[in-house]
Design a protein around this ligand. Structure first.
Ligand SMILES: Nc1ncnc2c1ncn2[C@@H]1O[C@H](COP(=O)(O)OP(=O)(O)O)[C@@H](O)[C@H]1O
Ligand SMILES: [Mg+2]
Length: 507
């Protein structure tokens, strides 16, 4: 059984990690015991996953002191972490779709020289656990291809795979997010069993009720720093939320009043499609509207649907006129632009000149009688470079020569050149350094000052507090509440996302 109840099996100290100018972790600490479920809490972007990935060996920290079972360790790779008894499950699925359920399960468990275990040994190892989880898994046969399973079945297989490694530390990072309530209960029973056998489980969930039900203690992160470790039995959800967000006031954001007569620019009624369950909203010229809530509640899908990149039913009116948005091309014609968050893959042609990347979306708009006017293109691009204060060599340099922040400004510039009326921003500053972030906020302010409407999805609550006039909190593809003006604080965003306190009575 467990030895030394109160001595930590895991200690992490001084864990720091920067991504460019973003401090994902800033001296974070964590001490967790054998035989406990230890929650890791904090607003979106506070560094929970980064801390877990440092422990799991998939992110290399800038600084960190880690000890396991009282011994100082270096964790240089996922393999090293596994050898030390650390197993991790995240929200993103990673089963190997072309392997059977059984092979996925035993992969990495007690590896033999030949790689995979004999079928008999594999079955002996895995079948009891499959059986144990059958209440959640439903009909799953060991020889079935894992890729054929539903997402929640795949998630359960990943949890089972981690458990089969008999880890000393089991990390579940939003691993129950996609599971149904009944499935979650089966996983919780398993987790409690592991805990009672002396395993230390690090548990991240955006569902605070799950944390309250399962965890013994919790460590709370804020902006990459550890602010507290608490006993769950001695706290309340409200207190946890307060600890998560601190005493942040709306004061720092300099709230603006919209003019009384600002016209309605965008009306959306009952938008329904993949990830969207009847979203309605109205946006006026000059407004910045945030999409809040837990991640993955339909925010990106809403922007994609408004941009015609995914199909959805419902009614959309731009400036009072009903429009059909069946494709990004149609969206562009109605003055709708989308700046994607993932600049590398979606936004730009990295090997092509900055000029070409800037001009490509707006060519049709400024060409005269269908003919290109290169000098104009160049002048327009040049103006955009100045306006956005991009630091570039020359317009003919490839985008790949730019820093992340400047590349993201190219994406902005490209869409601003189309002179959009409705600007959709999908996590626009993700991975961008602090300086460039501030400049992007200025661009947003200028856009709305010129009469556009901006709708922004962000993985950081602080960003919504900084830039938005109004935030729609999404939950399971629906708008579940709205926060307006000075009411927008990190505390309210977290509380409403988690459906506690005042969040329950909001419209
Ligand atoms: N690979 C990455 N590149 C750039 N920035 C990142 C990367 N991973 C995380 N970040 C940033 O680090 C911060 C912490 O992120 P994360 O650990 O995922 O937070 P959490 O899991 O608490 O939501 C955020 O600002 C996020 O944007
Ligand atoms: Mg995370």
């Amino acid at each position: 059984m467990t030895t030394g109840e109160k001595t930590p099996v895991l200690e992490m100290r001084g864990v720091s990690k920067r991504y460019g100018g973003v401090r994902a972790l800033d001296g974070a600490r964590l001490a967790a015991r054998a035989g406990e479920v230890h929650g890791l809490l904090g607003p979106n972007g506070s560094g929970k996953s980064t801390l877990n990935k440092v422990l799991a060996g998939s992110v290399r920290p800038d600084t960190a002191e880690i000890s396991l079972g009282g011994e100082s360790v270096r964790i240089g790779s996922p393999r090293a972490a596994a050898a030390l008894g650390v197993a991790a499950v995240y929200q993103q699925l990673s089963v190997l779709p072309d392997l059977s359920v059984l092979d996925n399960l035993v992969l990495g468990a007690e590896p033999t020289r030949a790689g995979l275990l004999s079928r008999k040994a594999a079955e002996a190892l895995a079948l009891p656990l499959l059986e144990r989880l059958s209440g959640a898994l439903g009909e799953v046969r060991p020889e079935q291809l894992a890729g054929r399973l539903t997402p929640s079945q795949q998630q359960l297989i990943e949890i089972a795979k981690a458990v089969l490694r008999r880890p000393r530390i089991l990390i579940l990072d939003e691993a129950t997010a996609s599971l149904h309530r009944d499935q979650v209960q089966v996983v919780f029973d398993l987790v409690r069993e592991l805990r009672d056998a002396g395993c230390c489980i690090l548990f991240v969930s955006h569902r605070l009720d799950e944390v309250m039900a399962l965890c013994d203690r919790a460590t709370i992160l804020r902006s990459g720093q550890t602010v507290a470790t608490v006993d769950i039995a001695e706290t309340t959800p409200e207190e946890l939320v307060r600890t998560m967000v601190g005493d942040v006031q709306a004061a720092e954001r300099g709230h603006r009043e919209l003019p009384e007569d600002a016209p309605t620019l965008l009306e959306v009624e009952h938008l329904t499609g993949s990830g969207l369950d009847g979203v309605s909203l109205t946006a006026r010229a000059g407004e910045v509207i945030g999409l809040g809530g837990l991640q993955g509640q339909g925010q990106s899908e809403l922007l994609q649907a408004l941009f015609g990149a995914v199909r959805a039913s419902g009614t959309v009116r731009v400036a009072g006129r009903q429009v059909r948005i069946g494709s990004p091309r149609q969206a562009r014609r109605h003055g709708i632009a989308l700046v994607p968050g993932d600049r590398g893959t979606q936004g730009l042609m990295a090997a092509r000149p900055i000029q070409e990347n800037l001009s490509i979306a707006s060519l049709g708009l400024r060409s005269v009688a269908g003919a290109l006017v290169p000098a104009r293109e160049r002048a327009a691009a040049r103006r955009m470079v100045d306006a956005l204060q991009m630091r570039i060599g020359g317009l003919d340099d490839p985008v790949s020569s730019l820093s992340g922040g400047n590349a993201q400004k190219v994406v902005f510039g490209k869409w601003l050149l189309t002179q959009p009326r409705v600007v959709l921003l999908d996590d626009p500053t993700k991975g961008v350094d602090i300086g460039a972030k501030g400049e992007i906020y200025r661009i947003i302010r200028r856009l709305v000052a010129d009469g556009a409407t901006v709708i922004i999805n962000s993985s950081e609550d602080r960003e919504l507090v900084t830039v938005c006039d109004r935030v729609l909190v999404l939950f399971e593809g629906r708008v579940r509440s709205e926060i307006v003006g000075e009411q927008i604080t990190e505390e309210r965003l977290v509380a409403q996302a988690l459906r506690i306190g005042e969040g329950e009575q909001a419209a």
